[in-house]
Design a protein around this ligand. Structure first.
Ligand code: AHN
Ligand code: ZN
Length: 327
C-alpha cells in the first residue's frame, strides 16, 4: 500500500514537471514591464486636421488664424483643465510686427517628471516652392505642414484625458513657425523661422520650466512618409531618437521610421534645445528624392487635406503614444 502511494506521488510529480516544460515560451520583451497603451485613433486625428484646414490658411494676421487659435484652445479645454495661451509680438524677416499665440495644455501640472510634445499651427503665407510661379505669393492650406502635427496631438490630448498618466505631459502649439524668408537657402543661421518657439524657449509659460525630453511633430500626414533621423535631433538628443525609432520598429512602423541619419534642419526643436536646454527631437518628413528635401508638396498650394493619408498619422501618433505611456 505504501509503495502504491509512493508510486502515485512520483507519477504526479513527473506529470507536473512535464506540464511545466510545456509552458509557452517567454514573451518577446521580458524586460519591459507591461503597460496598457491606448489606441491612437487616426480618424479622430484626421477630423481634428480637417477642422483646421476648414478655416482656410492660418496665416498670421488673418481671420482664419484668429479663429483657429480660439478653436484649438477650446478643443484642448475639452480634454485638459490647464490650458494657457501665451500671446507675443515678433518681427518678421520683412520687418512687420506680428501677433502670435502659443497654445499650451498641461496635464498633471504639478508632476515633476514631464514630457513635452509640440507642433506648429500657423500656415505659410507664400507657396514659394510651387512649380507654378503664379502661386508663389499665395498662402498654403498647410494640411501636412501645420495641421497634421496639431491634429495628431489633439488626439493625444483626448487619449490623455481618458487614460490619465502618473507623469506630466505638456502639449504646445507654436505660432509663427513658417514665416521664413522666401526662397532663402536653408541655413542653421536663419532665425527668421520658428518665432513662436524662439519666444517660448526664452520665456517659457512657467518660469524655470523643465521636461525630461521633447518631441516635435512636423509634416506627419503625407502618404508613405519617410522619417529619417534628422541631424539636429541626433546632435542634441540621440538617446531619445533611438528610443522613438526603436519603439516605432517594435510596434510595426519601421517602414516609416528609417534608421538613417539625415542633414540637420532648423525647426522649433532647435530653439528648444539651444535656448531652453530641453533635449528635443523632430519627427519630420524628409525625402531626399525631392528638390526641397521635404515631402513633394512642401510649400506648394497642393499641401491640402486631400493629400493626407491617415495611415501616416496612425504610425506617428501610435508611436508617440507608446513612448509617452511606457515612460
Ligand atoms: C527650413 O526650411 C529652414 N526649415 C524647415 C522648417 C519648416 C518649415 N517646417 C515646416 N515648414
Ligand atoms: Zn513650412
Amino acid at each position: 500500500m505504501k509503495n502504491i502511494l509512493l508510486a502515485v506521488v512520483m507519477l504526479a510529480m513527473a506529470l507536473g514537471s512535464c506540464r511545466r516544460k510545456e509552458t509557452p515560451p517567454v514573451p518577446d520583451q521580458p524586460e519591459s514591464p507591461s503597460v496598457s497603451v491606448p489606441v491612437f485613433n487616426s480618424d479622430s486625428a484626421y477630423a481634428f486636421m480637417a477642422a483646421q484646414t476648414a478655416f482656410g490658411p492660418r496665416v498670421p494676421g488673418s481671420k482664419a488664424h484668429e479663429a483657429c487659435a480660439l478653436w484649438m484652445e477650446s478643443q484642448l479645454k475639452r480634454y485638459c483643465d490647464n490650458v494657457t495661451v501665451q500671446p507675443f509680438v515678433a518681427r518678421s524677416w520683412d520687418k512687420r510686427l506680428l501677433n502670435g499665440k502659443n497654445i499650451i495644455a498641461s496635464f498633471n501640472p504639478d508632476a515633476r517628471k514631464r514630457i513635452l510634445l509640440c507642433a506648429h499651427w500657423d500656415s505659410r503665407p507664400y507657396a514659394d516652392h510651387d512649380p507654378n510661379p503664379a502661386n508663389h505669393r499665395k498662402p498654403i492650406d498647410g494640411a501636412n505642414d501645420g495641421a497634421s502635427g496639431v491634429g495628431a496631438l489633439i488626439e493625444v490630448a483626448r487619449l490623455l484625458s481618458q487614460n490619465p498618466l502618473q507623469h506630466g505631459v505638456d502639449i504646445i502649439f507654436f505660432d509663427l513657425e513658417d514665416l521664413g524668408e522666401p526662397q532663402q537657402e536653408q541655413s542653421d543661421l536663419s532665425d527668421t523661422w520658428c518665432l513662436g518657439s524662439q519666444h517660448w524657449s526664452k520665456t517659457p509659460h512657467i518660469t524655470g520650466y523643465r521636461a525630461a525630453f521633447g518631441i516635435l511633430l512636423d509634416m506627419v500626414g503625407a502618404p508613405d512618409a519617410t522619417f529619417f533621423m534628422e541631424g539636429t535631433s541626433m546632435h542634441y538628443a540621440p538617446e531619445i531618437m533611438q528610443k522613438v525609432w526603436n519603439t516605432a520598429h517594435q510596434i510595426g512602423y519601421g517602414n516609416y521610421f528609417i534608421k538613417t541619419e539625415s542633414n540637420p534642419i532648423t525647426d522649433d526643436h532647435l530653439y528648444i534645445n539651444k535656448l531652453a536646454g530641453i533635449p528635443t527631437i523632430d519627427i519630420i518628413h524628409i525625402d531626399p528624392s525631392t528638390p526641397t528635401g521635404f515631402f513633394k508638396y512642401w510649400h506648394t498650394v497642393n499641401d491640402r487635406l486631400e493629400n493626407i493619408d491617415k495611415n501616416t498619422l496612425k504610425a506617428v501618433g501610435q508611436t508617440v503614444t507608446q513612448v509617452i505611456y511606457s515612460y
